[in-house]
Design a protein around this ligand. Structure first.
Ligand SMILES: *Cc1c(COP(=O)(O)O)cnc(C)c1O
Length: 218
């Protein structure tokens, strides 16, 4: 079932779009089945679950996609391929400090809160330039792009508007900033319910969980 779902998804997703399989809440056997089906990029949203899986499976690009608590940063540095969920400068500063201590550079995305739902973390678009200027001063992190979640709604136009907005912000940054510490390469948007819209609007990385593990077509 997992292999069939992945095959169906891969047939649908353009080649330039990375499929990150979100394995949160699924056990090691199911997570290994995802890799056996040809997926190299896996996403987890909780530090403890991630560490458990990392111990068993370290030849995988592990994406950290959930809200990251500052006191847990240290545990994942050097193990994660990309942190999607940098949602404050304080968090970025800690990631920088722990990376420096470990003698490495960590790749991250900045998460924007465009849907403005209370439950969502992320930077506001207002004054985001100031965030970027500050972010570029950290030596042990590389800002590789942006991440956002679509709004919880059945209204596809509302979802599309958010993705269009994120793509515009991404393109503008790409135009104005590039350097060793900041280069827009990854636009992480789209999940099970909205990845088709996200791809149409320029996503190059989708984070998909439920559709991979579902026993019915969704
Ligand atoms: C859970 C989660 C996903 C995957 O969501 P699905 O609806 O299961 O595809 C993607 N991104 C983030 C940040 C998540 O927490």
């Amino acid at each position: 079932m997992i292999a069939e779902n992945i095959e169906r998804l891969q047939a649908e997703i353009p080649e330039n779009v990375t499929l990150v399989a979100v394995t949160k809440y699924h056990d090691l056997a199911d997570t290994k089945a995802v890799v056996a089906a040809g997926i190299k990029d896996l996403g987890e949203s909780r530090v403890q679950d991630f560490l458990k899986k990392y111990e068993a499976m370290d030849h995988v690009n592990w994406h950290f996609i959930g809200h990251l608590q500052k006191n847990k940063v240290k545990q994942i540095i050097g193990k994660v391929y990309l942190i999607h969920s940098i949602d404050s400068l304080e968090l970025l500063e800690i990631v920088n400090r722990e990376s420096e201590k470990a003698g490495l550079v960590t790749d991250v995305l900045l998460q924007l809160n465009l849907a403005r739902e209370e439950t969502k973390y992320g930077f506001e678009k207002e004054n985001f330039n100031r965030v970027l200027e500050k972010a570029m001063t950290y030596q042990a992190v590389r800002i590789k792009g942006l991440m956002a979640m679509g709004p919880h709604t059945e209204n596809n136009q509302e979802i599309r508007n958010i993705f269009v907005e994120l793509k515009q912000i991404y393109d503008k940054i790409k135009e104005h900033y590039h350097g060793d510490k900041l280069s827009m390469e990854v636009l992480s948007m789209g999940m099970t319910d909205d990845y088709k819209i996200a791809i149409e609007e320029g996503s190059n990385l989708v984070r998909i969980g439920r559709k991979i593990f579902s026993s019915e077509e969704i």
